[in-house]
Design a protein around this ligand. Structure first.
Ligand code: IPM
Ligand code: MG
Length: 368
């Protein structure tokens, strides 16, 4: 029997309630398969800061260091509440970025997927959705502006200024490109390389490395698109994309647009992969405005569990079952508030009900 230790960081806002649903799924997966999960909860984010003075406390680091994989809920506070925490200790700078750095999770997979049958969730017209949206953004996660040197001060003219550095070396670019090419080679063999080489030198180097790596994957066609044009095309013709690769900041912005074209960020799980460690998290924030109301959509968190099974535990078939179970709940006409347009005839359910229905569907599926 296989056994895995999973650090469970429920996070802030809606984090605990959607994590609870993801844990339900993990427990069911244990029952259905020859596997055990040791779930080790730990504080992470604003909740950790208020309890310990540190958004990523040493005790949590120790738990994560020993874990086979990390399941992380969204973190952060409302804009106003954030002001109660010193800037560098706020959960994003004080916990999330240090986590990404600590485990060098440089490859962030963000699937943007909506089958044709669920096209009504999307704000896009049916003729644009066609046979469905199914693409994956591969975002570089530990370089670029997020991690470059920063400086603030007052200049010679007495004006406050800020300087942030966008830095990449060729090794960082090469390693994320290998992820993207491999993925493209397993899928439709088309890789959209997203860049801004008409302005940024970082993109010029990035594109040079694309040309160097490309011959190693002769079956993959590379299509280069400027990031601003890619933003437009994501709305106008999302079905032309399959695998998209991009640097950190571009990936942050375009992946939220990905959630937008699906109809909700609640449909955006992700995998953050390093060579030795991986963690899994929804792409969205902690939505403090709807926290504790049992209305958040747990899809992104349950989807992150599916990505964990795929990428960390080699349980591909069971992962597929989880995706199918969630789609099945939608196909039965249920959805959470983020996706239910008034009058659309959908049966609106809460966070726990969605989790229960996924459990019900998954239990009915044959075990792999
Ligand atoms: C994301 C989030 C984070 C990011 C924030 C919370 C720092 O928006 O994972 O996309 O900008 O990377
Ligand atoms: Mg983001």
């Amino acid at each position: 029997m296989k056994s895995f230790k999973i650090a469970v960081l429920a996070g802030d806002g809606i984090g605990p309630e959607i994590t609870q649903e993801a844990v339900k799924i993990l427990k069911l997966v244990e029952q259905r398969n020859d596997v055990t999960f040791e779930l080790v909860p730990a504080l992470f984010g604003a909740c950790a800061y208020f309890e310990t003075g540190d958004a990523f406390p040493q005790a949590t680091k120790d738990i994560c260091d020993k874990a086979d994989a990390i399941l992380k809920g969204p973190i952060g506070l409302s804009h106003e509440e954030s002001k109660n925490i010193p800037i560098d200790k706020q959960p994003e700078r004080g916990a999330l970025l240090p986590m990404r750095k600590r485990y060098n999770t440089y490859a962030n997979y963000r699937p943007v997927s909506l089958p044709k049958e669920l096209g009504h969730f999307s704000p896009l017209k049916p003729e644009i959705i066609g046979e469905g949206i199914d693409l994956i953004m591969v975002r570089e996660l530990v370089g670029g502006l997020y991690f470059g040197a920063k400086e603030t001060g007052v200049n010679d003219e007495g004006l406050r200024y800020v300087k942030e550095t966008l830095e990449y070396d060729e090794k960082q670019i090469r390693q994320i490109l290998h992820h993207a090419f491999k993925l493209a080679s397993k899928r439709k063999k088309v890789l959209h390389n997203i860049h801004k080489s008409n302005v940024l030198k970082s993109s010029v180097l990035w594109n040079e490395i694309v040309e160097e790596v490309s011959p190693e994957y002769p079956d993959v066609e590379v299509i280069n698109i400027l990031v601003d044009a890619a933003a437009t095309l994501l709305c106008l013709k999302p079905t032309q994309f399959d695998v998209m690769v991009m640097e950190n900041m571009f990936g942050d912005i375009l992946s939220d647009q990905g959630g937008g074209i699906l109809g909700s960020l609640g449909l955006m799980p992700s995998a953050c992969l390093g060579d030795d460690k991986a963690y899994y998290e929804p792409s969205h924030g902690s939505a403090p405005d709807i926290a504790g109301k049992n209305i958040a959509n747990p899809y992104s968190m349950i989807g992150s569990v599916a990505m964990m099974l795929e990428n960390s535990f080699d349980m591909h078939d069971e992962a597929k079952n989880i995706w199918n179970a969630m789609q099945g709940v939608f196909a039965d006409g249920y959805s959470t508030a983020d996706l239910s347009k008034p009058g659309a005839g959908v049966k609106m359910i809460g966070t726990t009900e969605f989790g229960d229905k996924v459990v019900e569907k998954l239990s009915q599926m044959p075990t792999p």
